[in-house]
Design a protein around this ligand. Structure first.
Ligand SMILES: *Cc1c(COP(=O)(O)O)cnc(C)c1O
Length: 387
């Protein structure tokens, strides 16, 4: 793209109805938001537990900022690695039951740092077709061969892992797929990794803090019962259910030591403000201490599933707070989202290329901060808009 081509390219996006524009949020994130000057009931954030504006997290952050100031002022390997970061890493490792953890500034940076630190052009990365963009970019940055497997097709993956002659192999997967809300079978993937002497890198951005991972999710990654495994690399982001910002990678002590030495997105960037570590630490206490938040989510999920049964659009099968309502056509999805917006309800329409052609959808995100009445308002509005 040359400078003189930008205006044409943007006009082209406009003409196809594909130009993206940002909405401006006033006030805190939550289920009631003020966006572009209007108040909405929102089903469109990743703040699944309703923690982004929690008073205990806010006050822990205020205390930290009063004591330690704002900026970290340096990278972790210089003088930016604050005691609050160091202690939080130990808390996070304990939280997921793995030996060690390392903080990154974002989930995107975590993946961009880890995968190229382990593989080079002699390696091969195997990725689920529906993986998050950051995992694809991380593989490309490593220069390893990238092989994408059909969504959840483990037989296909098993074959291709068997055929690979790469020196280092890594399987990367979302745990909860971000546009469908379905779950990857982590124990089976771990068995494949073991069989083929590969790493398993799991991106738990949408699962951390949310999935109970007990009987109802037998296939899900069990963070409460994670068994340390030498080939498992666990990554979770802290800006979704945890309500703050950042990410961490957990695994063996050796893995974390290697990343401290070789992950370029860890080394060549300023450490996150320590106040964010204080915020995450407060958030972890709420996640562990308030199981009602996960129970509320489970109730809302069940009520939504029952409530849409008589509507013309099916939900994609999902037991996570991501509940996509499958509309089909792009214009129908946009029209439905606009109809809801006119009724004061905010839900994004997701269209190709983010999802396959003909599978445009409304991506409903539930939060523990939603009440039953909020969900009923949504269902009533959908009923009014049904053809
Ligand atoms: C949001 C997300 C990321 C990126 O995390 P950030 O901390 O927002 O950079 C990575 N992977 C998945 C699956 C995500 O949904």
């Amino acid at each position: 793209m040359n400078p003189d081509q930008l205006a044409f390219a943007l006009a082209d996006l406009d003409s196809q109805g594909l130009r993206r524009r940002r909405r401006v949020l006033d006030g805190p994130q939550g289920v009631r938001v003020r966006v572009d000057g209007r108040d909405y009931l929102s089903f469109s954030s990743n703040d699944y537990l309703g923690l982004a504006n929690h008073p205990e997290i806010v006050s822990a952050t205020q205390l930290a900022v009063a004591r330690f100031g704002v900026g970290a002022g340096a990278a972790h390997l210089l003088t930016g690695h604050h005691r609050l970061h160091h202690e939080l890493e130990a808390e996070l490792a304990a939280f997921v039951g793995l030996p060690a953890a390392l903080l990154f500034s974002t989930g995107y940076m975590a993946s961009l740092g880890v995968i190229p630190a382990l593989l080079d052009r002699h390696g091969e990365v195997f990725e689920d077709r529906l993986n998050h963009a950051s995992l694809v970019d991380a593989a490309l940055l490593s220069r390893a061969k990238l092989t994408r497997y059909p969504h959840l097709d483990l037989a296909w993956l098993d074959r291709r892992l068997g055929e690979s002659v790469a020196q280092v192999k890594l399987i990367a997967t979302d745990t909860v797929f971000s546009m469908d809300g379905d779950l990857a079978p982590i124990p089976e993937l771990l068995a494949l990794a073991e069989k083929h002497d590969a790493w398993l890198y799991v991106d738990d951005a949408h699962g951390f803090g949310v999935l109970e991972r007990e009987a109802e999710h037998p296939h899900a990654l069990s963070a409460s019962r994670l068994t340390p495994h030498p080939s498992l690399i666990y990554m979770a982001t802290l800006g979704k259910a945890a309500g703050v910002a950042g990410a961490f990678v957990a695994g063996t002590e050796e893995l974390v030591e290697w990343l401290v030495n070789r992950a370029r997105t860890y080394i060549y960037t300023t450490a996150q403000p320590p106040l964010l570590a204080a915020a995450v630490s407060a958030s972890l206490k709420l996640i562990a201490g308030e199981p009602w938040r996960r129970q509320r989510l489970a109730e809302l999920i069940a009520r939504l599933k029952a409530g849409v049964a008589d509507l013309p659009w099916p939900l994609v099968a999902s037991d996570s707070p991501i509940q996509p309502l499958l509309v089909g056509g792009n214009e129908d999805a946009v029209r439905l989202a606009e109809g809801l917006r006119a009724r004061g309800i905010l839900i994004p329409a997701i269209r190709p290329p983010t999802v396959p052609q003909g599978q445009a959808r409304l991506r409903i995100s539930l939060s523990a901060a939603h009440g039953v009445a909020d969900l009923d308002s949504l269902l009533a509005a959908l009923r009014e808009l049904a053809p």
